[in-house]
Design a binder for this molecule. Structure first.
Ligand code: URA
Length: 210
């Protein structure tokens, strides 16, 4: 008998934790491999770790993570039901005048890192992928993905039968104002759409029985 999905993911995690394929390995504190249930039909893919994630080794544990948890809870989803990963596994940051801040991942960092994500997807075989933010949607759905026009729509992809993109919680936090929710209701609607799609697909009769 082959290894279980959990064993395969654990083995990949151990390898990934030692990765030195790009310069981010020199500045990271922890590799943020991703966590949750690798047997879940739903995989959420963010952009990459920030300061809190780098410090803890866990995805989405800062303010953006709190917003994501709130949106998941609104759809009656808890982290143990799903797997949450990222396009890149180490924090991309820049230090200026003694201050370190996050920066978007560079193309070469994405190219170097995404074989890890591809292996995670290969092990999980999720039915539905929910991409948080443009870098994730550009990787999973299509290079020229436009978040404002194309979020909330299901696409067939090579990684999952259905993929959908939502606004990144960190972006929503930056947009939030006294009279505007920053797009939080859209995030909840897109998570709910992903949840419903999983339920719907699970009910589809299986034609590939053999
Ligand atoms: N933002 C992301 O895209 N991923 C994390 O893990 C945390 C913040």
């Amino acid at each position: 008998m082959g290894e279980s999905i959990i064993e395969q993911m654990d083995a990949l995690h151990a390898q990934c934790a030692e990765c030195t394929k790009c310069g981010l390995s020199g500045t990271r504190r922890n590799v943020v491999f991703g966590e949750g249930n690798p047997e879940s039909p739903l995989m959420i893919i963010g952009e990459g770790p920030g300061q809190n994630e780098d410090a803890t080794g866990r995805p989405f544990v800062g303010r953006a993570g709190a917003l994501l948890d709130e949106a998941l809870a609104a759809c009656r989803i808890s982290r143990k039901h799903i797997f949450i990963g990222n396009v890149i596994k180490c924090r991309a940051c820049i230090t200026e005048n003694g201050r370190t801040r996050n920066r978007p991942p560079a193309t070469d960092e994405i190219v170097t890192c995404t074989p890890w994500l591809e292996k995670q997807i290969e092990i999980m075989k999720p039915l539905v992928i929910l991409c948080l933010g443009a870098p994730s949607a550009k990787f999973v759905i299509k290079k020229e993905f436009k978040m404002t026009q194309e979020r909330g729509i299901f696409y067939p992809t090579r990684y999952a039968k259905y993929a959908i993109a939502a606004l990144h919680p960190a972006y929503i936090l930056r947009q939030m104002g006294q009279t505007y929710d920053g797009g939080k209701s859209l995030l909840i609607a897109d998570i709910e759409a992903a949840r419903k799609k999983v339920v719907e697909v699970k009910k589809e009769p299986k034609l590939d029985l053999f």
